[in-house]
Write a protein that binds this ligand. Structure first.
Ligand code: C2O
Length: 548
């Protein structure tokens, strides 16, 4: 196995989008940031140098970080942020994963511009379950804000209201021709007739799940979140923030002369409160370019599901099955040591003092919670407190295993969501098998939540609409070939159930990957204790670990 060295220099640099110029944080002068290319089994070493005023950390989203929790990256969970003028070396090994992941900043809303692909090639010599593509191309979705996202979220948290939505979606940093003055800022994918391309779809957007489609081309889904799936064909892919999806695109063998241009479009799947989402559309271009053809026409547009097409979302999710082959078995937990039942959703808390707030009413502000607990970030890193066995004043080990308030989705939602604040974690013995039934509460309108778990891949053993019933649904779980991933869309007005083995010691964040919901408190952390053997223990902290 090889070691891959990178240096990430974080600096401000001017970027113009939608005729609006803004200095944004970027890595090595690139937006989106540089691509990490590695192979399963390799070690990756990235020195991150912070040359901007704001604090930063980088998270290697989906990388399992076995025993290397210090390199995971969420601020105040596994490390204190890298302050201006400081650096930190992330050092981890890629094990048991192949496909696409991504990296992004993990403090406040800094990930709005600090993100890039992680390409994980399969271990040399291992069979790949699909034919080798002619080329592979990252397609990374993002959101562009004309204003500074840090100011947007700071203001929203202060007033208790919803933050302004983005001004455009982007593909590989570019908004495309459907936006104002952006025709020249269009991503173009040139393909050759008859060849197969592997598109590495990454949703790095802050707050929106996206539908994606290419006119006149069927896509074959082969891998999600760096785990192979049973291949299936689809015209549209649904991808939540935090998810990655590898699809094969077969260029038509006989495109004709002159060849056509096919648009690729992405726009939101948004079930929630109308008006609180950016519902614009990003376009990129797929063009056939045999030598000699400069202009491609005519132009075709794909049709995408409507904004709230939950039926499509449900059927797409149901098609995802892990490969579960002899080469790539699905190690689904069959026993359950630690059953959890989570409610996830938005709520309200009273506006403090005599202030007027801009929440759902002017006496309330928005909050978000899991099991009625809205998570408060500590001012020092949870992992350091855990490692030094000194949690006093940092966290409490009383995260509830069931919702604190009775809950009935099909009935009238409770008026009082009884959210309390706290820095509560759930402690797990090494290698416990964990089950989580996760219920969307839909208290402020049915809304789906892309729930992301750090440090593990989980199996999505069940999903449904209405109420999760822990006494009934587990008997129906798929324990044969459930999809394995790190981020799952908890359906609007429904539930999912996940299982994983807690075989990675450390402190692991779990949160909604809609950044606004994370900011409002839809997050918690697991503390996984060391096992008895040396390879079951968290490594000691590196000497350059940043201080708070
Ligand atoms: Cu991609 Cu905790 O996040």
């Amino acid at each position: 196995a090889a070691t891959r060295y990178y240096t990430f220099n974080v600096k401000l640099q001017n970027v113009t989008r939608l005729c609006n110029t803004r200095a944004i944080p970027m890595v090595n002068g690139k937006f989106p940031g540089p691509k990490i290319v590695t192979r399963e089994g390799d070690r990756v070493v990235v020195k991150v140098v912070n040359s901007i005023k704001d604090n930063i950390t980088i998270h290697w989203h989906g990388v399992r970080q076995m025993q290397t929790g210090w390199s995971d990256g969420p601020a105040y969970v596994t490390q204190c942020p890298i302050q201006t003028g400081q650096s930190y070396v992330y050092n981890f090994t890629i094990a048991g994963q192949r496909g696409t992941l991504f990296w992004h900043a993990h403090v406040s809303w800094m990930r709005s511009t600090l993100y890039g692909p992680i390409v994980i090639l399969p271990r040399a010599g291992l069979p790949c379950p699909f034919p080798k593509p002619h080329k592979d191309v990252p397609i990374i979705f993002g959101e562009w804000f004309n204003a500074d996202p840090e100011a947007i979220i700071a203001q929203a948290l202060q007033t208790g209201g919803g933050p302004n939505v983005s001004d455009a979606f982007t593909i590989n940093g570019l908004p495309g021709p459907l936006y104002n003055c952006s025709t020249k800022d269009t991503f173009r994918l040139k393909v050759r007739p008859g060849e197969t391309y592997l598109l590495r779809l990454i949703n790095a957007a802050l707050n929106d799940e996206l539908f994606f489609s290419i006119a006149n081309h069927t896509l074959t889904v082969v891998d999600v979140d760096a785990s192979y799936v049973k291949p299936f064909d689809t015209d549209v892919v649904l991808i939540t923030p935090g998810q990655t999806t590898n699809v094969l695109l077969r260029a038509k063998p006989d495109e004709g002369c002159p060849p056509a241009t096919h648009l690729m479009l992405a726009r939101p799947y948004a079930t929630g409160r109308p008006g609180t989402f950016d519902n614009t559309t990003v376009a990129a271009v797929l063009e056939y370019a045999p030598p000699g053809h400069i202009k491609s026409h005519p132009l075709f547009r794909p049709s995408l599901p409507v904004l709230n097409d939950t039926a499509f979302a449900t059927s797409f999710a149901a098609k995802l099955r892990s490969l579960a082959s002899p080469d790539y078995p699905a190690n689904v937990p069959r026993r359950v040591d630690k059953p959890f039942f989570f409610t996830v959703g938005l709520g309200t808390t009273p506006c403090p003092g005599n202030q007027t707030c801009q929440g759902p009413t002017n006496t309330t502000k928005f909050t978000a919670a899991m099991n009625n607990v809205s998570f408060d970030m500590p001012t020092t890193a949870l992992l350091q407190a855990h490692y030094s066995a000194n949690s006093a004043g940092v966290y409490t080990a009383d995260f509830p295993a069931v919702p604190l308030e009775p809950f009935n989705y099909t009935g009238t939602p409770p008026n009082n969501t009884n959210v309390s604040n706290g820095t509560k974690v759930a402690v797990l013995p090494y290698n416990a098998s964990v089950e989580g039934g996760v219920q969307d509460t839909s208290i402020l309108g049915a809304e789906s939540h892309p729930l992301h778990l750090h440090g593990f891949d989980f199996f999505v053993v069940g999903q449904g609409t209405g109420n999760y019933d822990p006494s009934k649904h587990p008997a129906e779980f798929n324990l044969v070939d459930p999809v394995q991933r790190n981020t799952v869309g908890v359906p609007a007005g429904g539930w999912v159930a996940i299982r994983f083995f807690a075989d990675n010691p450390g402190v692991w964040f779990m949160h909604c990957h809609l950044e606004v919901h994370t900011s409002w408190g839809l997050k918690m952390a697991w503390v996984v204790n060391d096992g008895p053997l040396p390879e079951q223990k968290l490594m000691p902290p590196p000497s350059d670990l940043p201080k708070c």
